[in-house]
Design a binder for this molecule. Structure first.
Ligand code: ZN
Length: 448
């Protein structure tokens, strides 16, 4: 199904709606549009239509690092040592291909149509370039893909069992690598299928302060966005206080890492002045509630950031600190976590869906993505409700999130192209990919 079609009778927050799609773009939205001659009609009666979700922060390579026992009950720092620092140097081309493909397939089957992957394994010690592998995996599934091109010029002195640090590279190699990837893959348009963002792994630990400023300037000269991790735990706050005598967001602002082209994952530990600064500069946050819960990092003040004017997106973070990559489960967890922490009025699902769609799109300059409106990209998900879980629900439009569980995907379209039908990805050989994942995990664990 491509080209021109009419989705008829879908449930949306605006009521029962038809949506016409032509050449990958939504061209009409309204009740009873009526099919034209020869137009393919999708019967959407009794199903919920939403924009596809945008996962704004992920680490696909971690999709073969779920449930590592040494990392299951520890906070961020020992988890980093036990999981990414131990296994990152072992991620070869086959491991990355398998992890990326299965991670993207898992996201797609949770209604996610755009993935921003913060990949930070770059350096000569790897022996290969991860960027083309990641873009190829996304293209094979038909997903929209943003490479948050991570990496570091220095690395923390964690010695894993292989006694190898995470791959890293000198600044000039990092800049050349980003420029080459931008040249090959980046499309600046608001409807791009591929984007590249400058994304050193962390502002404090991955580069020197001068290098960080140079990366910001290079990114802006190339016309690409900026992204990093920030203030996931108290350690960031302590480090910035001891080393620089200021709060992390203020320090980033002094180094030109603030503004509407900048987004940070996590931002759990902010004070009022940092929230105000993010708001007044329209800085973005990729909110990752499940990973923050899993690692015991805390609950990000995301509603306060939103009210201050910051741009909010939702991310699942890597599957090694989540054990899954599932946007429905992420939104459901967010709905519960904020209420558990702040009361039943603290969060509603319409807000979460907006953050997970048009909010996320704004983080990366994808202004034509994330809304059901004429002129927008036809990234659409049709959720069936034919399951006991959804029966008896007085608000069926929010049921895929409030009832959660694995969604019943009747159709998923990206740019009008059908990429999921009846809960399956056409042409995707799942048993073969699962067997390859088993082999990769066995190999990775050889002497863990
Ligand atoms: Zn992360």
């Amino acid at each position: 199904m491509a080209g021109r079609f009419l989705i008829q009778g879908a449930l949306t927050r605006a009521g029962v709606t038809d949506v016409r799609v032509e050449s990958g773009v939504i061209t009409a939205v309204g009740p009873a549009l009526g099919a034209t001659d020869g137009e393919t009609v999708v019967d959407a009666r009794g199903a919920v239509l939403m924009p596809g979700f945008i996962n704004t922060h992920h680490h696909l390579f971690q999709s073969v690092l779920k449930g590592v026992p040494a990392g299951l009950a520890v906070p961020l720092m020992p988890w980093l040592e036990a999981v990414p620092y131990t296994y990152g140097p072992r991620i070869d081309e086959e491991a990355l291909t398998v992890a990326a493909t299965l991670g993207l397939a898992e996201l797609l089957l949770s209604g996610c149509t755009t993935v921003a992957d913060h990949h930070y394994l770059f350096g000569a010690s790897l022996g290969y370039d991860p960027a083309p592998i990641l873009f190829a995996a996304a293209e094979s599934l038909g997903l929209r893909f943003v490479l948050l091109r991570g990496g570091a010029t220095k690395t923390r002195a964690f010695a894993g069992p292989d006694d190898k640090p995470l791959p890293h590279e000198p600044l000039d190699a990092m800049l050349r690598g980003v420029q080459d990837t931008v040249h090959r893959f980046h499309d600046p348009s608001p409807s791009a299928m591929r984007k590249v963002v400058m994304a050193p792994t962390t502002p404090f630990y991955s580069t020197t302060p001068d290098e960080l400023r140079e990366l910001a300037r290079a990114a802006r000269a190339m016309g690409i966005g900026l992204h990093s991790h920030l203030s996931e735990t108290d350690d960031y706050v302590r480090f910035a206080a001891e080393r620089f005598g200021m709060r992390p967001v203020h320090w980033c602002a002094e180094h030109e890492w603030i503004g509407p082209d900048v987004s940070f994952a996590h931002m759990v530990h902010l004070d009022a002045s940092e929230i105000a600064l993010c708001g007044s500069t329209r800085t973005g946050i990729a909110h990752c509630p499940q990973s923050n819960g899993r690692l015991g990092s805390g609950v990000a003040p995301v509603q306060a950031l939103h009210e201050a004017g910051a741009i909010v997106g939702i991310g699942v973070d890597g599957a090694a600190s989540n054990e899954a990559a599932d946007m429905v489960s992420e939104l459901h967890a967010a709905w519960l976590i904020h209420r558990a922490a702040k009361g039943a009025g603290a969060m509603d699902t319409d807000q979460l869906v907006q953050w997970a769609t048009s909010g996320g799109a704004r983080l990366f300059g994808l202004g034509d993505v994330g809304e059901i409106a004429p002129g927008r990209q036809a990234d659409l998900v049709l959720y069936g409700l034919d399951h006991p879980r959804y029966a008896g629900n007085h608000d069926p439009v929010s049921a895929p999130i409030t009832a959660a569980g694995a969604p019943l995907l009747r159709h998923v379209w990206v740019a009008g192209r059908e990429v999921v039908r009846d809960g399956a990805i056409p042409g995707f050989d799942l048993p073969a990919w699962l067997a390859r994942a088993d082999a990769v995990v066995r190999r990775l664990r050889r002497d863990a």
